[in-house]
Write a protein of this length. Structure first.
Length: 59
């Protein structure tokens, strides 16, 4: 596994002749549902600017 950006650039290496799949598997991170602090008093809603992040991609 390699961590980098851009497509593979080893098409001329000995590994290229092995007949195995090569490529990229992109990873996307996204904000999940907010989890309130257990010590938070009941009835305090998640602020809209925080709730709006849920499901959005980091970037």
């Amino acid at each position: 596994m390699k961590i980098r950006t851009g497509p593979p650039d080893d098409g001329d290496s000995p590994d290229a002749g092995l007949g195995l799949w090569a490529g990229e598997l992109p990873l996307v991170s996204a904000w999940q549902q907010p989890v309130p602090d257990p010590g938070l008093p009941a009835g305090i809603a998640v602020p809209p600017h925080i709730a709006a992040r849920s499901g959005t991609v980091l970037g």
